[in-house]
Design a protein around this ligand. Structure first.
Ligand code: PLP
Length: 398
């Protein structure tokens, strides 16, 4: 209707949240649905992190704070970048926001002019294109092939460049594929970035959920020229099982980060004061709370990959990071259920929801119509039951 601003016509609700909503609806009707559509750890926030928040609350730390975060939080973030990536940021080069999703939106606000192209290696997290559109930019997908482990190939980046290309978004480890960009490829990508004067947003929110033996390399750490045109985005949601606390952050060149701070000052003032205290505590703790979770994620990953590969028509590669599997289900897209053909991954997702009572997200909104995403940040018990149901449902297909 003409009540709404025209920019709204470009926007759709997050498809992952949509599927969770349908699963919740069924659950409310008393149907026992196993929901793997979300992107959040099943673990509770570790108790000492909660205690830091309780302490802050008791001390009356309940007022507005500095826009981009309290000094204690910025110091914890600075230390994290020094420790993990050998990168030095001044406090003015860091902004904490209400979750990395908020951070990313602010970055697109300050970087994108109407018509600027934002390059998104695909499959990509579903919120990038819509956030770009809301800021009048043009999302441009760069296809990444399954044969390449869904990693961005430098040639594929070169192939999409135009004079309007402005920002490249990297997401390693990737949601939904779990792929990690290796140093070799990153170096070649960095060359293209420099040659074409691109800016980089490096979304490293899954940095710590890494099953390889080496730390996840960051393009910002390759050399100072990259450091000066890259903004790193990270947060506490995934690493410390703190999705509901809503603390994300970014670090990058001062000019960009001061602009982010200004936008935030006019739109959100500051992230939640109590959550900032808890996040500072969590980030300072390093690996302590998070290592046991990683051990669990790895076990579940290995189990789930094997179980999917045991279902005829499904192929599942082991992801290197994050907590999603992205099985190829193209072998099922020629089949039918009770005489009704299943053509698309949407129809397959509905079939799985209705018949197996298992919720997974179709790959299409992420950029692949042949895959589905399942989050294995769920109990082993739930995973075993789900894979059993999926396997039984697939056996019903003609
Ligand atoms: N970036 C990616 C790739 C994600 O998958 C998510 C969460 O799903 C986020 C950013 C945002 O995380 P948050 O806003 O909880 O910090």
């Amino acid at each position: 209707t003409d009540m709404l601003a025209s920019r709204l016509s470009l926007l759709k609700p997050s498809p992952t949240l949509l599927l969770s909503a349908r699963a919740r609806e069924l659950k409310a009707k008393g149907i026992d649905v196993l929901d793997f559509s979300g992107g959040e750890p099943d673990f509770d926030t570790p108790a000492p992190i909660k205690d830091a928040a309780i302490k802050a609350l008791g001390e009356g730390f309940t007022k507005y704070t500095a826009v981009g975060g309290i000094p204690e939080l910025k110091e914890a973030i600075r230390e994290k970048f020094r420790r993990d990536q050998g990168l030095d940021f001044s406090p003015r080069e860091i902004v904490a926001s209400n979750g990395a999703k908020h951070t990313l939106f602010e970055l697109f606000q300050v970087l994108v002019n109407p018509g600027d192209q934002v390059l998104l290696p695909s499959p990509a997290w579903v919120s990038y294109p819509d956030q770009v559109l809301l800021n009048q930019g043009e999302p441009v997908f760069i296809p990444c092939r399954e044969e390449d482990g869904f990693r961005l190939e430098p040639e594929a980046l070169s192939a999409v460049l135009t004079p309007r290309s402005k920002v490249l978004v990297l997401n390693s480890p990737n949601n939904p594929t779990g792929s990690i960009l290796d140093r070799d490829r990153l170096e070649k990508i960095a060359e293209i970035v420099l040659k074409n004067d691109l800016l980089v947003i490096s979304d490293e929110i899954y940095e710590k959920i890494n099953y390889t033996s080496a730390p996840v390399p960051s393009i910002a750490a390759l050399d100072p020229a990259l450091r000066s045109r890259t903004v790193i985005v990270n947060g506490v949601s995934k690493t410390y099982a703190m999705t509901g606390w809503r603390i994300g952050y970014a670090a990058g060149p001062r000019e960009i980060m001061e602009a982010v701070d200004t936008v935030q000052s006019q739109t959100a003032s500051n992230p939640n004061s109590i959550a900032q205290k808890a996040a500072a505590y969590a980030i300072r703790s390093g690996e302590e709370y998070f290592s046991p979770m990683l051990v669990e994620y790895r076990k579940r990953r290995d189990w789930v990959v094997k179980a999917f590969n045991g279902i005829p028509g499904i192929r599942c590669a082991p992801p290197e990071g994050a907590f999603y599997v992205f099985p190829n289900v193209s072998g099922l897209l020629t089949r039918s259920y009770k005489g009704v053909p299943i053509h698309t991954v949407y129809e397959l997702a509905e079939f799985f929801l209705d018949v197996a009572r298992v919720a997974m997200v179709p790959g299409t909104p992420f950029g692949s119509p042949l895959h589905m995403r399942l989050s294995y940040a769920a109990s082993q018990e739930a995973l075993e039951e789900a894979l059993k149901r999926l396997s039984e449902a697939v056996a019903l297909l003609d």
